[in-house]
Design a protein around this ligand. Sequence first.
Ligand code: MG
Length: 378
Amino acid sequence: MKIIDVNVLKFHAVSEVVRDSEFHVHPGPRHDTVEKVLVIKCDDGTEGIAFGPMDERVILSTVKEILIGEDPFFRERIWRRLVQLQRLRRNLTEDTLCAVDVAIWDICGKKLNMPVSKILGQYRETVPAYASIMVGDDIPGGLDTPSSYAAFASKLVKQGYKAIKLHTWMPPIVPEPSVKMDLEAARKVREEVGEDITLLMDPYHFYSREEALELADGLHSLGFLWMEEPLDEHSMENYIWLQKNTKLHICGPETIEGKMYSRADWIRHNAADIGRAGVIYSGGITSVMKTVHLYEANGMSLELHGNHIASLHILGAMGIDGKFYERGMLHPLLDYETPKPWFTKIHDPLLSDGTVPVPTESGVGYSPNWDYINDNLL
Ligand code: MG
């Protein structure tokens, strides 16, 4: 089996989500946008696809050259060649590597007629989800006050969620992020949902040590399970310090470079209680699975970042060392439950017990609406 073609289809789409100057997403006016799907074709007619962020220029030059003629089952060889290229091909980013890796896994699953989770070695069929609430805003009826978070949390619990994560206020929405306001939102939500709902926080990422510690201790007293990224993750020393000084579990690193290598350093130095990695920032399923086994071998949990469909396969192959699927981002004024027009269904339906099923289709399990995509090609 050989790869014979690599292409990126770009198509018109409409979005009701806008990014602020810090790249956080919020509800906004409907506007035109462009989506992409990577398509990798094999000589036997099997096609692997991947949606999401990617740089088509580097895919259609460097990556294509490596993939053509390669056997897609040599995933490890393909992945290592691409990772080594990242050293000098700086535009071969983690999200592009992720798209390529996911499409390759999709080919393998389709060829074997089994979902990726089964190739990885399935452990469970459903995964508990947490509702990942968007970053705070100043939209009336949105996420503008601590009380708005509480009102939204109440709706999410009624929907079936057993766990909720709060992203609080950050620039440019607030010029000065405030530990006091974060804790007020945390307190209001805890009062609203009671003791039985698991609560998590992902606050402003550039607090000082003192601010991060004050927030961590406050969240611990409110019974939160973990906090992510209150300090710049490039300083591991900051996290070692925070970890030593608070009883709250700290989960990370999420956004730093280095895939499983940087995670190994964080484990070795006790910089966080719970690990973190995601397919988009850590180069796909192949590298995240290496990270999964690394944490398992060290007796630690690893929580996956992001709502990528590939996360569900990885979580399907993990035990309780990966507690939750991150479902969202959610906002009181946005509908998460209706599929985008370029899909025929959502990939992560929430079941009434607060879990999400691991996809059972062959491959990754995307459900593209090819009519929409082909009608809207750029
Ligand atoms: Mg995070």
